[in-house]
Design a protein around this ligand. Structure first.
Ligand SMILES: C=C(O[C@@H]1C=C(C(=O)O)C=C[C@H]1O)C(=O)O
Length: 104
């Protein structure tokens, strides 16, 4: 069964709630997999290795996430900390891919 804000509000049993949480986690991982595929593409597109880390873009992504978290009513500092880790992990992953693609 698909989930939504309304369907979650109607749940009365922890077992059903946990099934929903597990499904959400599975969907979040699938989305994160796609985000990492974007890092593969970025590594392919960027001709200079020095372009992999882009601090200006990192600041922009963090600002977007803080605004989205605020609008969603979820904890902004925690989301910012999660994204800080996600972006740093993405940069490391992209650097690895950059080397792999060029056999260096
Ligand atoms: C994907 C990029 O490469 C890096 C990864 C980023 C991210 O995870 O959002 C942001 C900035 C870059 O340092 C990009 O430049 O957009």
């Amino acid at each position: 069964m698909p989930y939504s804000k309304d369907s979650i509000a109607k749940i009365r049993e922890m077992s059903e709630l946990r099934d929903t949480i597990d499904r959400l986690d599975s969907d979040l991982i699938a989305l994160l997999k796609l985000r990492f595929q974007c890092m593969n593409a970025a590594a392919r597109i960027k001709s200079e290795k020095s372009a992999v880390r882009d601090e200006k873009r990192k600041a922009e992504v963090l600002e977007n996430v803080k605004q989205l978290a605020s609008a969603a009513g979820i904890p902004v500092p925690t989301m910012a900390a999660i994204w800080e880790m996600l972006i740093e992990t993405s940069i490391s992953y992209e650097l690895e891919k950059w080397d792999q693609i060029r056999g260096s």
